[in-house]
Design a protein around this ligand. Structure first.
Ligand SMILES: *[C@@H]1O[C@H](CO)[C@@H](O)[C@H](O)[C@H]1NC(C)=O
Ligand SMILES: *[C@@H]1O[C@H](CO)[C@@H](O)[C@H](O)[C@H]1NC(C)=O
Ligand SMILES: *[C@@H]1O[C@H](CO)[C@@H](O)[C@H](O)[C@H]1NC(C)=O
Length: 241
């Protein structure tokens, strides 16, 4: 199966093997820009994902229409969400562009959040922008996240997020601010560890567990590349079904 989008090429290859009565699918992802697809033998350090008896043609990119995306800061996985749209403390140093732009398929519009730092150059720290992010509510829809790409910001490599947490929830809107409503599904690299350049997608990252359907996703930046006032990125492209 082969899918193409405006900004990059992605190839999905699937093999179906049978072990006894259960059916197992081995799925290999590769970006065409990486030159060639390597078929990894399972005796090597391969990542093997079991998707049940499901057609891979069901894998899709998530396209946002009017689903709400809420900016948050001062939040860690498992912890309560702190909204950035209320200036709860006068003079708290945070700015937040709208996080909607991470779903607009445009590698020139970016989401910037400084967390507890000022956007002025007087407070430049490696930690600025950590523990910031957003959560997405799909309403009554569900999406099972299989993999994702992050798009780099337009100007500042030092603002690139390097590690993130991703959590899912199926609770109701008012409960989503509480940490207990979220389940951690990913705590690892953004795929930007090696700087791919500006306004560019990083390396495809795969969720290392069986994809469950969630109606809400929360993404938090846990580290960034360098010393700067904020973290900033253009896209969060979700692949799943
Ligand atoms: C998997 O699904 C296909 C299509 O629905 C069906 O024909 C096939 O029997 C299923 N295989 C197993 C092992 O359940
Ligand atoms: C998102 O849009 C792309 C391109 O139009 C399409 O191929 C894909 O099926 C859409 N995804 C969903 C979940 O509808
Ligand atoms: C995420 O991983 C880091 C590094 O391994 C670890 O220190 C941290 O506790 C993890 N976070 C959660 C919420 O599990």
């Amino acid at each position: 199966m082969y899918q193409q989008s405006k900004h990059f090429d992605l190839i999905f290859i699937s093999l179906v093997t049978y072990f006894g009565f259960s059916q197992t699918c081995l799925l290999f992802f590769a970006q065409l820009s990486q030159g060639q697809l390597r078929v990894v033998p399972t005796i090597a350090n391969a990542k093997v994902y079991y998707f049940g008896n499901r057609s891979f043609s069901a894998l899709k990119f998530f396209n946002r229409s009017n689903e709400a995306v809420y900016p948050i800061w001062n939040t860690i996985a498992g912890g309560n969400s702190s909204p950035t749209w209320t200036s709860e403390i006068e003079g708290i140093y945070n700015i937040a562009d709208s996080p909607d732009v991470v779903f607009d398929n445009d590698l020139t519009t970016e989401y910037t959040n400084c967390g507890s730092c000022s956007s002025g150059s007087s407070s430049m720290l490696i930690t600025c922008g950590e523990n910031t992010g957003w959560y997405l509510s799909l309403g009554n829809r569900f999406f099972s996240l299989v993999a994702f790409y992050i798009g780099t910001n337009t100007k500042y490599p030092q603002r690139d997020p390097l590690t993130i947490t991703i959590e899912g929830s199926n609770l109701q809107r008012d409960e989503l601010i509480f940490g207990w409503s979220w389940t951690l599904i990913y705590n690892d690299s953004t795929g930007l560890v090696s700087n791919p350049g500006r306004s560019t997608f990083g390396v495809l990252q795969i969720i290392p567990q069986f994809p469950l359907p969630y109606a809400n996703y929360r993404v938090l930046i846990t580290s960034k590349r360098g010393i700067d006032t904020c973290t900033s990125y253009t896209e969060f492209m979700m692949i799943g079904y």
